[in-house]
Design a protein around this ligand. Structure first.
Ligand code: SF4
Length: 291
């Protein structure tokens, strides 16, 4: 039995980047939506603080639609949660566009902070992205970096791997919507860039018993066992521990990293450690390195 991992996704459906393929790039958030997101996140953080000990919560991970890191309440909330003794890790998925000095200044226990950095080649350069990843490491923050495996982007992803410090793991996600299978040479190239890329193509059969230590929470408290499993009938804010963590799923396969990477039987736990959801190999964290 592991300590619990809680993933949170707020109300945000807007982003400061304008990637051509992304629906969140086109939505301009209204002030009322932003305020609702802040209130929802504050409520969520309060609930974690109250329940961390009784529920044995070890990790909290923000996986927003759009970009959360540009809103200060996410940093304030994660910093507060990092100060809770039971919490071993807090983290967030981000495009790294947040003002780093300002956001990390005064962050409680930065060694508990895990950043999942996604590279968007339409919106930033390799040099700019790499510099930010290295800056995070120099701030003693754990980080992984990665991108979607778009075949046309192979040259720029090679450049990214070459320029990124070897202490930072580069992941490649399989591309949804490619409308064809990857060619063998593309798989070989992506596997050279990301030694665990083949796990993206395996998609294990769903097995609920592997998902008793996790919960995915939405802004209004709707819960799922993982990010792709169906909504449960009870709410995060009303349910008992037993109800919240009783696994429910109607999927045939665990088809993305946030799903398969959080399973108790994930084969790479020996590499990614107790909280593999952050995708940061234990031996490659780079903490304490000066890059
Ligand atoms: S789809 Fe999600 S909840 Fe269902 S078995 Fe896979 S990881 Fe577990």
């Amino acid at each position: 039995m592991h300590k619990k991992t809680i993933i949170y996704r707020g109300n945000l459906k807007s982003c400061n980047y304008r990637c051509s393929y992304c629906p969140f790039a086109k939505h301009k958030a209204l002030p009322v939506e932003i305020e609702k997101d802040r209130q929802s996140f504050d409520r969520f953080c309060d609930s974690i603080e109250k329940r961390a000990q009784t529920f044995s919560i070890g990790a909290v991970f923000i996986t927003p639609y759009g970009e959360a890191s540009i809103h200060r309440w996410y940093w304030e909330g994660l910093s507060h949660l990092a100060g809770i003794p039971e919490i071993d890790r807090v983290g967030m998925q981000t495009n790294l566009s947040f003002p780093m000095e300002e956001c990390l200044k005064g962050f409680n226990f930065p060694h508990k902070l895990c950043i999942w950095a996604t590279f968007h080649p339409e919106m930033t350069t390799v040099d700019e992205f790499v510099a930010k990843c290295h800056e995070l490491v120099n701030h003693h923050v754990m980080v992984c970096a990665g991108a979607v495996g778009v075949p046309e982007n192979i040259p720029v992803l090679r450049e990214l791997r070459e320029k990124l410090s070897p202490v930072i793991y580069l992941w490649i996600n399989k591309m949804d919507g490619l409308k064809r299978n990857y060619r063998p040479d593309e798989i070989e190239t992506f596997a050279q860039l990301d030694p665990f890329f083949t796990y993206e193509l395996k998609n294990p059969d769903a097995d609920l018993q592997m998902c008793v230590d996790r919960c995915f929470v939405e802004a209004d408290g709707k819960i799922h066992t993982c990010n792709i499993s169906r909504t449960k009938d009870i709410n995060w804010y009303d349910g008992s521990e037993e109800e919240i963590f009783e696994p429910v799923c109607s999927r045939k396969r665990c088809s993305c990293y946030l799903a398969y990477g959080g399973r108790a039987d994930f084969a790479l736990r020996n590499i990614f450690g107790e909280y593999p959801i952050y995708r940061i190999p234990e031996k490659l964290r780079g903490v304490g390195e000066d890059l």
